[in-house]
Structure formats: structure tokens, C-alpha cells
Design a protein around this ligand. Sequence first.
Ligand code: FPP
Length: 257
Amino acid sequence: MLEKFSKWKANRAESVPSYTMDAATQAIPKHVAIIMDGNGRWAKQKGLPRIAGHREGMKVVNKIVRKANEVKIDVLTLYAFSTENWKRPKTEVDYLMKLPERFLSMELPKLIEENVQVRLMGSLENLPDHTLRAVMTAVEATKENDGLILNFALNYGSRYEMIKAIKEIATKVEAGLLNTESINEEVLEQHLMTSDLRDPDLLIRTSGEIRLSNFMLWQLAYSEFWFTDVLWPDFTEQHFAEAIAEYQKRARRYGGV
Ligand code: FPP
């Protein structure tokens, strides 16, 4: 019996991915971005309506935020609703728009206590008042916190973001505040919605889809990508740890040698 247990323990130690917390070597990714995909398929597999998948997905958000805080990640960006998601059936969109307030009504006190700073990245146009109010209340209530930045990409699309930035730059050029020659990467970055955030070090996408779906196209230029077949509602802290462990094995060269 004891032998069996030791064997099990040894195997388990092998199978559990371990990551190091050596911040000095930048081994823990500082900014992790996640495309939380597969809620609909998860629900379908269980014979449930799609919104049941989103409800379960919200619970996973909670677990991963806690884990990200625990391992001292600086920024966690979550793709909660894209500029393309408006094409979904109205009942689903309405439900998705209720999730931020549901989540925050339960979790805001804990987020405040845990020094998390909530942010919103996306277009404020078209967001229902109740959604905007809930998120802005959390943004306001946590703005002095200097722990984990929890950045919700809500009504976010990278192409929209870039066009908005280009328009702002063009307006400055027209007004004589900027000359065309001085436009460089830094100038464009200053006009993106991530202007005061570092680029993601690690991108995670669940559900087996291998694409970016209009998510942070500029910012992900040199990020490490980690894809898993696991559907978002089944994603656990363990999978998150696996992604970090895999990230730590990668050699980042940024185009160098
Ligand atoms: C993609 O799965 C998921 C979304 C469009 C919504 C993601 C939202 C959550 C995980 C909850 C967000 C929680 C908060 C607190 C804002 P899908 O519906 O496209 O899945 P499918 O590809 O299997 O159909």
C-alpha cells in the first residue's frame, strides 16, 4: 500500500508542472492575456444553453484572477467581449453584458481587499448603461490599488483600437502638434488603449482554436503563445500553472539571436 502511494506521489510530482517564482530573471510573465474561448461548446456538450457556459466561465475568471495575484503577475488582460460579438443572438449578448456586474457585485469587495486594480479596455460606445456603470464603479473604487491590474477587454477589437489611434494621430498632425516624420512605434503605442501597460509576455487561448480573433494584434508582436484544447469553463489553476511553466522554458529573442 505504502509502495503504491510512493509511486503515485512520484508520478504526480512529475506530472504537475512546476514554475519558478524568480522575478529577478523575469521568469514569471508580467503580463498575461487570455482569450477565454469554448463556453458555448462546453454548454452544448452538456446539453445546456450557451449562457450556462458563460456563467461557468465567469466562475473560472474568479479562480484565475486569484491565481494570477498569488503568483504575482502584474497585468491580467481578459478578452470578455469583442467588437464582433454583437453579431450573436440578442439573448446571449444581453447575458454577456450582465456578467461584469454579476461578477463585480460578488467580487468587488474582495478585489479591493486584495489590492487589485480593475480596468476597462474597449469602446464605451454601445455598452449598456448598467454594464458601463458596474465596470466604472469598480475602476473608480480600485484606481488607487497597486497590485494586480485586472484589465477587462470589453467591446474590444484590435483593428478598432488601431484606427482610433491613427485618427487621433492624424488629428494632431492636422493641428500642427505633431509632424509626420516623428511618428514612430512609441507614438502609436501612446495612442493605444494599453498606453501605460507593457505588452503581454504570454497569450493563452483555450478551446483548441489557433487564432487571434482581432485581439491585441499590435501588442502581441513578440508575445509567447500557449494554446490548449481545454474549454474555458474547464480551465483550472493547474492549466494556468502549466502555461506559465511552458512560458518559462521559452527563449525570447525579440528578433535577435
Ligand atoms: C467565447 O466562448 C467566450 C466569450 C465570447 C465570452 C467570454 C466571457 C466569459 C468567460 C465570462 C466573462 C466574465 C466576466 C466577469 C466579464 P464562445 O461562446 O465563443 O464559445 P464557443 O466557441 O464554444 O461557442
